[in-house]
Design a protein around this ligand. Structure first.
Ligand code: HEC
Length: 192
């Protein structure tokens, strides 16, 4: 064995440790639950991969007055799931999304036009956990970042809208500009 290899080998093993321990089954950034089965809010989601900011998006019937100060919704996904998506065009088991809804404001400091983001209004989470949820995916709503939440029941509109209109695996990849092209190339995208 060359000397440099002998020196580097322990380093390589150390670097691989988090993966060896977590394995593919349970990545280190996957969902975590309380003893009672509630999802813990993923407190470090702001270190995850940013997918998009929707501005003032509404999905109901048209005709409502446009909002002067529309909400932003910022979408984040855990890094291990993002990497798997880049390889396959599908979201793997243990994918966690956070939709962070923030209020906006146009008057402040030097701003003369447009809107900037302010406080959070709500946070919603979408998790793939094949053994836990009958339809593989579960939805959760959070008011406080530090809390835990019960799964939103299966009959809720979250499930039907995402199943009917989400372009890839019940998620809205049609609105995530960097992933849209990739999903089309991988053949996992459906027009919805
Ligand atoms: C009428 C359709 C509709 C309903 C109902 C709905 N959503 Fe969504 N959801 C969307 C759209 C559209 C997006 C993409 C938002 C964007 O691009 O900023 C989205 C994105 C999300 C995301 C980001 C990850 C993903 O799946 O793409 C989460 C998390 C989420 N919704 C949670 C919820 C929860 C929780 C509920 C129920 C309380 C819900 N949604 C109900 C349409 C819907």
């Amino acid at each position: 064995m060359p000397r440099s290899f002998v020196l580097l080998l322990p380093l390589a093993i150390l670097a691989g440790l988090p993966f060896a321990q977590g394995g593919i089954e349970s990545p280190v950034d996957g969902p975590e639950y309380t003893a009672g089965g509630q999802l813990k809010f993923p407190a470090n989601y702001r270190e995850w991969v940013f997918l998009t900011s929707g501005l003032g998006m509404t999905y109901g019937a048209p005709g409502k007055q446009p909002n002067d100060d529309p909400n932003f919704d910022n979408v984040f996904v855990n890094r291990s799931a993002y990497r798997a998506f880049l390889r396959t065009g599908h979201w793997p088991d243990k994918t966690v999304f956070v939709l962070e809804i923030r209020a906006s404001q146009s008057k402040g400091s030097i701003n003369r036009g447009g809107h900037f983001q302010t406080g959070t209004v709500a946070k919603e989470v979408h998790v793939r956990d094949d053994q836990r949820f009958p339809g593989k995916w579960g939805f959760f709503g959070f008011e406080h970042e530090e809390g835990a939440a019960k799964q939103i029941p299966l009959g809720a509109s979250c499930y039907s809208c995402h199943e009917q209109h989400g372009a890839v695996d019940t998620t809205f990849v049609q609105f995530y500009p960097t992933l849209l092209k990739l999903a089309k190339e991988k053949g996992t995208y459906s027009e919805r």
